[in-house]
Design a protein around this ligand. Structure first.
Ligand code: F6P
Length: 319
């Protein structure tokens, strides 16, 4: 392997830059040229490709977002789109590709691998919804952003004696809401993976109110429904003043935490090692603090699950 490519695809996540840096530096260390592909698969189709040098990835380890830009490409889902992408890879002599992104990005990586271009997936998404890895790049930073928001909103909730519903991101996944809810001491956590019972959520708030607790924090993952709607229902049922905060895109930005930078560095480097070993169609991940790799087809086929014990604990601690 003499030339590899790297791209970021799907929603950006803090730590993607640290992963790009690790890919570039590890490859150059092994005398491999690296090409950065802009705007994910869209940029691949368009041929928006440039050679990356050691200096191209200097001063980015601490930056959120991705210097390679990112996109969600509908065109690459088609046979024609994939052929156009392959032509670009051939044009630049790129023999293998590191794809940093989520499950949608890995579907593209599998297609390319099946067509003879070995790809390695690196899980990067704030949602933490990829099987085969305990954590995805960006989750830890996003979690701390959500926690900071909860702490701040708690000040206002206490001062005004209100109930607050806080909506987190997580397209179909409740990890951000669950971890932030547990760490932030939320009264209830509403996530897509666990059926919720509005009666018990309401009872919990009223019970707290009766014993003198004048504020409550309810965390809702966007995948289960709108926080605004939950806020309306809770206010109606409890007759207590309820406000809603939809956290939105602040959850996607910001300087990555130490954890995300270290994780991104380890995963990016391992992805290059796999390509050097002639492997493709794999996804790297972290399990029990060990860097592992899995068949990317298995990862795509598997469904993400949450830690049920953690959910139960969050309920026990917020009685
Ligand atoms: O997958 C990451 C994520 O931030 C989800 O939590 C959210 O539902 C989605 O991306 C938003 O996507 P977009 O950036 O296209 O609005």
């Amino acid at each position: 392997m003499k030339k590899i490519g790297v791209l970021t695809s799907g929603g950006d996540a803090p730590g993607m830059n640290a992963a790009i840096r690790a890919v570039v530096r590890k490859a150059i260390y092994h005398n491999i040229e690296v090409y950065g592909i802009n705007q994910g698969y869209s940029g691949l189709i368009a041929g928006s490709i440039r050679k990356l040098e050691l200096g191209s990835v200097g001063d980015i380890i601490h930056r959120g977002g991705t210097i390679l830009y990112t996109a969600r490409s509908e065109e690459f889902k088609t046979e024609e789109g994939q052929q156009l992408g392959i032509e670009q890879l051939k044009k630049y002599g790129i023999e293998g590709l590191v794809v940093i992104g989520g499950d949608g990005s890995f579907r593209g990586a599998k297609k390319l691998t099946d067509k003879g271009f070995p790809c390695i997936g690196v899980p990067g998404t704030i949602d933490n919804d990829i099987p085969g890895t305990d954590f995805t790049i960006g989750f830890n930073t996003s979690l701390n952003t959500v926690l900071d928001a909860i702490d701040k909103i708690r000040d206002t909730a206490t001062s005004h004696e209100r109930t607050y519903v806080i909506e987190t991101m997580g397209r179909n996944a409740g990890d951000l809401a669950l971890w932030a809810g547990l760490a932030g001491g939320a009264e209830s956590i509403i996530i897509p993976e666990v059926e919720y019972d509005m009666d018990s959520i309401v009872k919990r708030i009223i019970r707290g109110n009766e014993r003198g607790k004048k504020h409550s924090i309810i965390i809702v993952a966007e995948g289960i429904g709108s926080g605004v709607e939950f806020g309306r229902r809770i206010q109606e049922a409890t007759n207590l003043e309820t406000r809603v905060s939809v956290l939105g895109y602040i959850q996607r930005g910001g300087s990555p935490t130490a954890f995300d930078r270290a994780l991104a560095s380890r995963l990016g480097a391992r992805a290059v090692e796999l390509l050097i070993d002639g492997k493709g169609g794999r996804m790297v991940g972290i399990e029990n603090n060990q860097i592992v790799d899995h068949d990317i087809s298995e990862i795509i086929a598997r469904k993400h699950t949450i830690d049920v014990e953690m959910y139960k604990l969050s309920q026990e601690l917020s009685i």
